[in-house]
Design a protein around this ligand. Structure first.
Ligand SMILES: *Cc1c(COP(=O)(O)O)cnc(C)c1O
Length: 302
């Protein structure tokens, strides 16, 4: 059998663990970071169908990211494991001449065989128009472009499968919480809830500040966005992408010690902080089961 098909068929559902109860909100966590050590969490979900297609069609996979991108890390690891050529177009042309300044993410990606091209921030911002980026892409005749962060329709199909695993446990969850970057994961969770006919609300926690297009982006990716009760809660970005605070770090430390579950500071620490804060401020006259989607990202812990 094909290496990639075989890999996905052998993947076991990731566990759901009970954490604690706050104001009669029973908190559980779907430990998706346990699915794979290097193509981790939601990034493995998102890449699944893209990888299967690229292997079938013998394509080079090209994508975009910053120096700490979990998506670039996952794509490079997948390329290494499944023998697929990968190309990373990386923000920051100054890094080309200074490999000593590369992040652990970039060093690992390079060691795994990803071809790295460093481009200016201006070119990166205008990917579609940039002649510099077009020239890089044209070096690879048979390729598949993956959007920054890996969100496309295939990634929605992959992320939907999280909800098939949740449904199979027969446990009824009233609310599901997930961290939001580009929104592809939440789009998949929405479509998964609809497909499994679950009566579960979804709340996305954006980790970027002021991305006004996020709701629109999710609606574009998700087919069931009008059938499912979902919204974004914009109050937990802590100042923006990769920004942190003493309060957030203290919470992460408390959480990791209390539950022996590692978090990453960019996504899952903010997510868990939000859920604990919302539970602490919720009325206690209602018993509910809340589920946190731990989307991985542990490679970014440094
Ligand atoms: C990339 C990432 C996200 C965001 O996923 P999107 O589909 O872009 O919203 C959430 N959590 C972790 C750990 C990630 O690496």
């Amino acid at each position: 059998m094909n290496l990639i098909t075989d890999f996905f068929q052998r993947l076991a559902p990731t566990p759901i663990r009970y954490l604690t109860t706050i104001n009669r909100k029973h908190l559980y966590i779907k430990q998706d970071y346990l699915n794979h050590s290097s193509i981790q969490g939601n990034k493995l979900r998102k890449l699944k169908y893209t990888l299967l297609e690229a292997a079938n069609q013998q394509q080079t996979l090209i994508s975009f990211g910053g120096a700490y991108s979990n998506h670039i890390a996952a794509l490079a690891a997948a390329g290494y494991i499944f023998h697929l050529p990968t190309v990373g177009i990386i923000r920051g042309e100054e890094l080309a001449a200074q490999p000593k300044r590369w992040s652990k993410t970039l060093i690992t990606a390079y060691q795994q065989g990803m071809q790295l091209h460093f481009v200016s921030r201006a070119a990166y911002r205008n990917k579609q128009q940039s002649t510099e980026i077009q020239a890089i892409i044209q070096q690879y005749p048979a390729h598949q472009l993956i959007a920054e962060g890996g969100s496309n329709h295939q990634s929605v199909y992959g992320s939907m499968e999280v909800m098939a695993e949740v449904a199979a446990t027969q446990k009824k969850f009233t609310t599901l919480f997930a961290a939001c970057g580009t929104g592809g994961t939440v789009a998949g969770l929405i479509d998964g809830v609809a497909k499994q006919c679950l009566c579960c609300q979804i709340i996305g926690i954006p980790v970027l500040k002021g991305n006004d297009d996020l709701t629109k982006d999710i609606c574009q990716l998700s087919q069931a966005h009008q059938q499912v009760n979902w919204h974004l809660n914009p109050h937990y970005h802590f100042g923006g992408y990769a920004k942190t605070s003493a309060k957030l770090s203290a919470f992460q430390q408390y959480f990791e010690q209390q539950f022996q579950i590692p978090l990453d500071p960019v996504y899952t620490a903010k997510l868990c902080y939000a859920v604990f804060d919302l539970a602490a401020n919720a009325p206690d006259n209602h018993t509910e089961n809340w589920l946190i989607y731990h989307s991985g990202g542990l490679q970014g812990r440094g």
